[in-house]
Design a protein around this ligand. Structure first.
Ligand code: UDP
Ligand code: MG
Length: 230
């Protein structure tokens, strides 16, 4: 396998079949050999069961059903642990990230032009569609809060790929939602390439962003600044 794409899910039973179908098509068309790892935190809507059914249809999906454990970043790290591929990727399950951009994100890593690639909303031609003004504003503020941690324009993106070596032998703290930012601060890497994406708000299901997630983010960013300074 060239790549593993980790998809963390919680109550995404309506989105997952559409997403997987699109990913499988993109992989076929591009010739990239990819495996999908769905990490589901025992969703009440049984997303894990849907994922198992999808594997019967497509055959390249590994399903990790986590019982008694929750959290977006830790789900992603558990997905990485399951993978044996040299290139690791992450994307949301809610169709916010266009799978059609996967080849553009993977090729620079395959060609050794980059160690990390990011689907970016905040560079030229990047865009956010249908998010309410408040959501756009809070995303901008959160990005601003991290601006001295990395020069990447969209370090909060949940759509990214990396060479496995970037995080090998590195201790990552899986607090909160922003595992990409954690990797950018603590990982070992050279070049990062941002690829513009059109991010769309979800149509099905609900966001899991809550007040707790925002507080966790503030704690996370503070820890990263302390790490960076010392
Ligand atoms: N997610 C997850 N575990 C959580 C929270 C979220 O697996 O505890 C998944 C969710 O199903 C989605 C992705 O992480 O695939 C991003 O979450 P969401 O869309 O709710 O966040 P938003 O895009 O609104 O920030
Ligand atoms: Mg979302």
């Amino acid at each position: 396998m060239d790549i593993s794409i980790v998809i963390p899910t919680y109550n995404e039973s309506e989105n997952l079949p559409i997403l997987i179908d699109r990913i499988v098509k993109v992989l076929e068309q591009s010739g990239i050999e990819g495996q999908i790892i769905v990490v589901d935190d025992d969703s009440p809507d049984k997303t894990w069961e849907i994922a198992n059914d999808l594997n019967k249809t497509y055959g390249n999906i590994e399903v990790v059903r986590r019982q008694g454990k929750r959290g977006l970043s830790s789900a992603v790290l558990d997905g990485f642990t399951e993978s044996g591929s040299p290139i690791l990727g992450v994307m949301d399950a809610d169709l916010s990230h266009p799978p059609e951009k996967i080849p553009e994100l993977v090729e620079p890593i395959l060609n050794r032009e980059a160690d990390i690639t990011i689907g970016s909303r905040y560079i030229n031609s990047g865009e956010i569609e249908q998010w309410p003004l408040m959501r756009k504003l809070s995303s901008k503020l959160a990005t601003l809060a991290a601006c001295k941690l990395t020069s990447v324009k969209d370090p909060m993106s949940g759509f990214f790929f990396l060479r496995r070596e970037v995080i090998e032998n590195i201790e990552l703290n899986p607090k909160g939602f922003k595992i990409g930012l954690e990797i950018l601060v603590r990982g070992k890497y050279g070049n990062v390439i941002e690829v513009p994406i059109k991010f769309r708000d979800r149509i099905y299901g609900e966001t899991k962003l809550s007040q707790k997630v925002i507080i966790d983010y503030l704690i996370h960013v503070t820890r990263l600044y302390i790490y960076k300074i010392f």
